[in-house]
Design a protein around this ligand. Sequence first.
Ligand SMILES: O=C[C@H](O)[C@H](O)[C@H](O)COP(=O)(O)O
Length: 218
Amino acid sequence: MTQDDMKKAAAEAALEFVPKSGIIGVGTGSTANYFIDLLATIKGRLDGAVASSVATAERLKRHGIPVVDLNEAGTLAVYVDGADEATVHRALIKGGGGALTREKIVAAASRSFVCIADEGKLVEVLGRFPLPVEVIPMARSLVAREITALGGEPVLRQGFTTDNGNVILDVHGLKILDPVALEERLNQMVGVVTNGLFARRGADVLLLGTANGVRRLS
Ligand SMILES: O=C[C@H](O)[C@H](O)[C@H](O)COP(=O)(O)O
């Protein structure tokens, strides 16, 4: 079974969390793309979806799924999205595709966050995947110095601008033993928009595609 097969299996398992009507939130990335393609097969029952990125909005529209502005949607029943790393406690690193801020907003607006991933994303300690931090461009150097003082090695994501017009610092060299504390500490830095730790609000359900089927953690 390939990694893509495992992503697809996790995406398929998430379909059972899609309500019989209403609007859901949809994430960004290769695993979320599998979910969107599957969602298209049951689109008749949905009123639409809130997208966590421009790329996801375009994919939803290509499938004929109406894209709804979050401000018009109210509270969403469920948000389905991938992750770059996950623990058994359902704390996550996200933002490898740079969509972390809108992802965190849509997750916060949803009653339930269902995370879909292949088993290769499961780790004991978060941090081997460089932690993305979205920063207002003029604060890039200031925030980089503060992160260095915390023991991280921030690297500017070259040639990349987020959907919100900001830059990403990918922070290497972290061993994140207390993800909630680090998420809060980074959020307190002036100039930081969001960081890719989803720990204060982690996934409510984690669906991991494995060689032996889909493992569910909740
Ligand atoms: O910004 C991107 C998102 O956080 C993705 O959900 C994350 O990078 C995982 O992507 P993929 O499903 O392609 O591994």
